[in-house]
Design a protein. Structure first.
Length: 95
């Protein structure tokens, strides 16, 4: 009689999104929910909404991975657009 092993797969962790939305900024963090607790994958912010917005994202080690500033005159006029931009970035990195 031979023993058969059944391959096991590691489940994909659930990803959590935390948002803090203010009048002129949006802060966010993406976490993996692991059995031992959440682990931060990335965090970032969009500052100066309505003036001259800038999207800055840091990886899990705190290094800047994205730094995008909109040109003068192409400012995001509303928080909704900042949320869309941040969400698009997150979906491109964490599908």
């Amino acid at each position: 009689m031979s023993a058969h092993s059944t391959p096991t797969s590691t489940p994909t962790p659930t990803q959590l999104l935390a948002l803090n939305i203010g009048s002129s900024s949006l802060k966010f963090a993406v976490f993996d929910e692991l059995p031992a607790g959440p682990v931060r994958r990335a965090s970032g912010q969009v500052d100066a909404i309505g003036v001259k917005p800038r999207l800055t994202v840091r990886d899990a080690d705190g290094r800047v991975s994205t730094d995008l500033q909109w040109p003068q005159g192409q400012a995001l006029p509303a928080r909704d657009q900042a949320i869309d931009q941040a969400f698009d970035w997150m979906m491109s990195r964490f599908p």
